[in-house]
Design a protein around this ligand. Structure first.
Ligand code: ZN
Ligand code: ZN
Ligand code: ZN
Length: 570
């Protein structure tokens, strides 16, 4: 087909290039679109629901000086698809232009003179919508004139009234009827039931928006939120907004896709299963007690993909359903599922059966048990060592008892007392006792009583007796006794005791008391002494006490028969 000369615009209704003349685009909208030929063909189209040759137009590539598409579909390289369109009878290059791109740069609705700028300025949401429409599954029915979408098939420019506002006049109302039901905005599911293919359906909608933006100068931003809802409805039906599978209508063979068959459109539109909430940082694989299925017959199956979900055995996997189906949702009320979630959140009890534990909980339990076992092993080891030490000490005590019972150990008490004072162990005491038995150790720390005993032995039996005591009883030797005890004999008074004798005897008896001498400045009275004396007789004569009128000086033994009272007889 020959290239459309510049300064013309392709009319999609009349299927011919309309010369624009000097009036430009306004000439087209104001003169041609109101012409009898155009309105008649538009009415025919609305009646039949089909454009005259929409399908065959597909294979009519137009020269595009710099064809660009904002869609993410593969684009032919500018050198091959730009100034030199491929001939009709040769196969297309490996990367074929997508339907979306064909539509975007189609000569049906875009002025070829400024097609590149129009394609470049196409908003992203419109390109996404094109892709979604192009990838719509074949199961979606074709549109008829009764459908809600059919209103978009008509050219909006023909409905434009002079000096009117296109948005307020009809565009807003058209979208309102599509997106709003009787009771408010339509849900995505409800909207997806209204989606139809064909020129009376979504294809018409794409062109409608395109025309509104390019010809009627309606801001693209007002369409965006509305079109996004349509796109989500299309996604629900299985459309893809990113990848464009090859269209079955194409006759070209894509050599790169012969070996790898095209992926089917997104089919996961059925029930995704009831998702179970995971705790923070928890892994889905370790958060489900998979072993429970071995113990019990459970009416669901766990699924581990992005998260953790359960699918009921009677799940309605229908592709028409959207969201979680009722049987799957009811699983959240199941006691076992509730228990799993509770244990994930609050932890397990010690009595929880092992089958109910998730792998993470089982690992935690094993860690805890390992810690307990390690502690018990350690305390057992310590206890063994402690008992061994105690046993050795008991052995030492037995040895000491044996040594004491079989030998006469001189000064045993002194040896043990001194050892205990030093904090010696039973082994050191036993060794010392052994040395004492062998005679290689002598305890020299005698007490004062031992010296006194030795002195008494010396006085009574002489040096020989003391030597015997020293050898057999462990008493101090003769020299040690003499060094420690210096005898100071009392001075006997042959007559009435003199002061000097008394003073000397007192000094002997109380060696540490201050002894005031004649030239002493200590008080003559001095610190007093207490003497415990039963009877003391200073002179052997009787005396009369005039106060009691009695005679004293006779001992009780001899004076008793006479009485003590003086009886004067004259
Ligand atoms: Zn389900
Ligand atoms: Zn007497
Ligand atoms: Zn007498």
């Amino acid at each position: 087909m020959a290239a459309v000369p510049p300064k013309t615009k392709w009319c999609t209704v009349c299927m011919r290039a309309v010369p624009l003349g000097k009036g430009g685009l306004a000439n087209f909208t104001q003169n041609h679109e109101k012409s009898g030929e155009h309105t008649r063909k538009l009415a025919d189209q609305a009646r039949t629901g089909l454009k005259p040759n929409a399908l065959t137009n597909f294979f009519a590539p137009r020269p595009r000086p710099s064809a660009q598409s904002t869609s993410s579909a593969p684009v032919p390289s500018p050198s091959s698809a730009g100034s030199h369109p491929p001939p009709q009878d040769t196969p297309m290059p490996a990367s074929t232009p997508s339907i979306a791109e064909e539509d975007a740069a189609s000569p049906m609705d875009v002025d070829s003179g400024d097609s590149s700028s129009a394609a470049e300025s196409e908003p992203l949401f419109l390109a996404t919508l094109r892709t979604a429409v192009a990838t719509l599954p074949q199961g979606v029915p074709m549109a008829s004139s009764e459908d809600v979408l059919a209103v978009f098939a008509a050219d909006p420019a023909t409905r434009m009234v002079p000096d009117g506002d296109a948005w307020e006049d009809f565009i807003h109302g058209d979208f309102q009827r599509l997106l709003w039901g009787e009771s408010g905005p339509r849900e995505t599911i409800e909207l997806s039931t209204l989606m139809r293919r064909g020129s009376l359906g979504l294809d018409g909608l794409v062109k409608y928006i395109k025309k509104c933006i390019t010809h009627l100068s309606v801001p693209a931003a007002v369409f965006e939120p509305r079109i996004e809802r349509v796109i989500s409805a299309l996604e629900l039906l299985g459309s893809s907004t990113s990848a464009v599978p090859p269209s079955p209508q194409r006759t070209f063979v894509d050599l790169t896709q012969i070996n790898s068959p095209p992926m089917p459109p997104k089919a996961l539109t059925g029930c995704p299963g009831q998702a179970l909430p995971l705790e923070r940082g928890e892994n889905a694989f370790t958060a489900y007690p998979i072993g429970l299925h071995a113990k019990k017959k459970l009416p669901w199956t766990p699924e581990f993909h992005d998260g953790l979900s359960v699918r009921a055995d009677n799940c309605l996997r229908s592709a028409q359903a959207s969201g979680v189906c009722a049987p799957c949702r009811r699983l959240l009320g199941n006691g076992l599922i509730k228990g799993i979630l509770e244990r994930n959140h609050f932890g397990t009890r010690p009595s929880t059966p092992y089958a109910f534990l998730t792998p993470a909980q089982s690992s935690a339990l094993l860690d805890k048990k390992n810690a307990i076992i390690d502690g018990l092993r350690l305390s057992g080891l310590n206890m063994g060592r402690k008992l061994l030490t105690r046993m050795r000490h008991l052995e030492g005590h037995k040895r000491m008892l044996l040594a004491v019972s079989q030998n006469n150990i001189p000064r045993l008490q002194s040896i043990v007392r001194n050892c205990l004072k030093r904090g010696d162990s039973i082994f050191a005491i036993t060794e010392k006792i052994g040395n004492a038995i062998r005679g290689t150790f002598h305890d020299r720390s005698y007490s004062k009583i031992a010296y006194q005993q030795a002195y008494v032995l010396l006085q009574l039996g002489g040096a020989a007796a003391l030597e015997l005591g020293h050898r057999c009883l462990g008493l101090p030797s003769l020299d040690a006794t003499k060094r420690h005890i210096v005898p100071k004999p009392l001075c006997a008074s042959p007559r009435f005791p003199q002061l000097e004798e008394m003073r000397q005897n007192l000094a002997v008896c109380y060696p540490n008391s201050p002894n005031p001498g004649p030239d002493s400045n200590i008080s003559p009275i001095g610190p007093g002494f207490q003497l415990c004396i039963d009877e003391i007789k200073i002179q052997e004569m009787m005396r009369w006490n005039p106060v009691t009128d009695m005679i004293h000086g006779i001992c009780r033994e001899h004076g008793a028969p006479y009485g003590s009272r003086l009886i004067i007889t004259s």
